[in-house]
Design a protein around this ligand. Sequence first.
Ligand SMILES: [Cu+2]
Length: 160
Amino acid sequence: MKKILLMLILGALLLTACAADDGHMAGTDIEAHDFWARSAMKGGNGAAYMLLHHHSTSDDALVGASSDVAEAVEIHLSQMKADGTMEMVQQESIALPVDAEVELKPGSYHVMLIGLTRDLKAGDEISLTLHFKTHEDILLKIPVMDAEGMGGSGMDGHMP
Ligand SMILES: [Cu+2]
């Protein structure tokens, strides 16, 4: 009985610490954590965010992504222009040096979902496949959240 309880507690801790269990495949050395996609309307654009950990011994890079909920998927970087407005610049890749921890977040790097083929509503889940220079693809099941979820860990208080 004690053992079962301990396992339940461990399981709960793991879920809390890493909502991105799907991104954890045995033997993988790139992990995606805390991923979420912003709610958006069909026909518009959406964005997905996550934390990428790279534990390999050689450099890699995120070179693209694909999803069936958008006509095109691009890697973007939001940055401040000289006049103080924000612009999004398409990136060919995001470098993942050894031991890199790269955060894709509002106002910075993000995966842009261009031309949504359906509404993305809070509570939905979308599939997103990440493509890397050398690492095999990682398929993520990404929860959709309203944009006010961008604060904090991105998960708190937004579980159904
Ligand atoms: Cu963008």
